[in-house]
Design a protein around this ligand. Structure first.
Ligand SMILES: Cc1ncc(COP(=O)(O)O)c(C=O)c1O
Length: 358
């Protein structure tokens, strides 16, 4: 079977160049006589991979020196708890924007540690937009403001970086590395790896130094940003092979021209897909146009009875994982960095042909 176009929300497809390079180096990494999988994380070879990974990420994202970069485990879900554990630092409250299903999860986890002020919520509107900033209710005593820069399930993406006078914490799991970003505007950025960065198993945390100043000594070491930073994210044995794959992904992105180059491609891919949806009588996306996600494009069919056939025929044509999230239904096309533009073109062509024949 030839390789399919995988529109999954994550884990998602990886560039063939990256997979081939991993294949070439699988048994014998750079003449070391061993696979990266077999290397000690304390050995010279692996330490060189780890250093390169961090320096590539710093360079690709323009991460300033006063930020620590951590490569952790436990996914973004662990961060939902680690953020209040580490950042409250004696404060009682934290502000959260509820823009979709993932924000909501982050909020319910934070409630175990502090009072949560939901500064704005899109829930009543069915999460179809980002609540207007003028209406956000901020608590100036809060330790931070958390938001989800791209809601993977609902397909709502912030098109701006909020400036609110509180340390800004962003869950970028599904849009990190997809658009140019000024890291200086954030206190902390986190993201699971399995969408835009590589396979599942690594969580990137980028955190400004000053937020680590007064750590709670009672925190379990493995959950402490300061301790993880002090041990170069090797407090426990890291996900070594995944770190290596992440670094191959960053090489691929750099070769392509970096984040600004991929952003242009992402704009082109998502614009043409939304255009095809808007031009059709069969497909519909009801997200506020200014906040439509470039990464996750959900849409419904005006005749929902056609959905099973749509998905089956798409799969027969080599396009898989298009089923919408169970809470939303319909179709969701996740078009992360590794989805080639011609993959989106093929999907659009298929959608048009399906509409013409139904
Ligand atoms: C925006 C967002 N946040 C958090 C998560 C949870 O990530 P993980 O499964 O890595 O814990 C996901 C997973 O899809 C996500 O899309």
């Amino acid at each position: 079977m030839s390789r399919v176009l995988n529109f999954s929300a994550g884990p998602s497809m990886l560039p063939e160049v990256v997979l081939n390079r991993a294949k070439d180096e699988l048994l014998n990494w750079q003449n070391s006589g061993q696979s990266v999988m077999e290397m000690s994380h304390r050995g010279k070879s692996f330490l060189s991979i780890a250093q390169k990974l961090e320096s590539s990420l710093r360079s690709v994202m323009g991460i300033p020196d006063n930020y620590k970069v951590l490569f952790l485990q436990g996914g973004a879900t662990a961060q939902f708890a680690m953020i209040p554990m580490n950042l409250l630092q004696g404060k009682q409250t934290a502000c959260y924007i509820n823009s979709g299903a993932w924000s909501k999860k982050a909020i319910s986890e934070a409630k175990k540690y502090c009072e949560v002020t939901v500064s704005a919520s899109g829930e009543d509107g069915g999460y179809s937009t980002v609540p207007a900033v003028e209406q956000w209710q901020l608590d100036d005593q809060a330790a931070y403001l958390h938001y989800t820069s791209n809601e993977t399930i609902n397909g709502v993406e912030f098109s701006f970086i909020p400036e609110v006078g509180l340390p800004l914490v962003a869950d970028m799991s599904s849009n990190i590395l997809s658009r140019v970003l000024d890291v200086n505007k954030f206190g902390l950025i986190y993201a699971g790896s399995q969408k835009n960065m590589g396979p599942a198993g690594v969580t990137v945390v980028i955190v400004r130094d000053d937020l680590l100043a007064a750590q709670n000594p009672a925190l379990p070491s493995v959950f402490s940003y300061a301790q993880q930073a002090a041990s170069d994210s090797m407090l426990n044995t890291p996900a070594t092979y995944n770190w290596y794959l992440l670094s191959l992904m960053l090489d691929w992105l750099e070769d392509l021209g970096g984040v600004s180059a991929i952003e242009k491609i992402n704009i082109s891919k998502s614009d043409k897909l939304y255009q095809a949806i808007d031009d059709s009588a069969l497909y519909e996306n009801n997200i506020d146009v200014g906040y439509r996600s470039r990464m996750n494009v959900p849409f419904v069919l005006s005749n929902p009875d056609l959905l099973p056939e749509f998905l089956l025929k798409a799969s027969d044509n080599g396009m898989v994982e298009l089923k919408g999230h169970r809470s939303v239904g319909g179709v969701r096309a996740s078009i992360y960095n590794a989805m080639p533009e011609k993959g989106v073109d093929k999907l659009i062509q298929f959608m048009k042909e399906f509409e013409r024949t139904h």
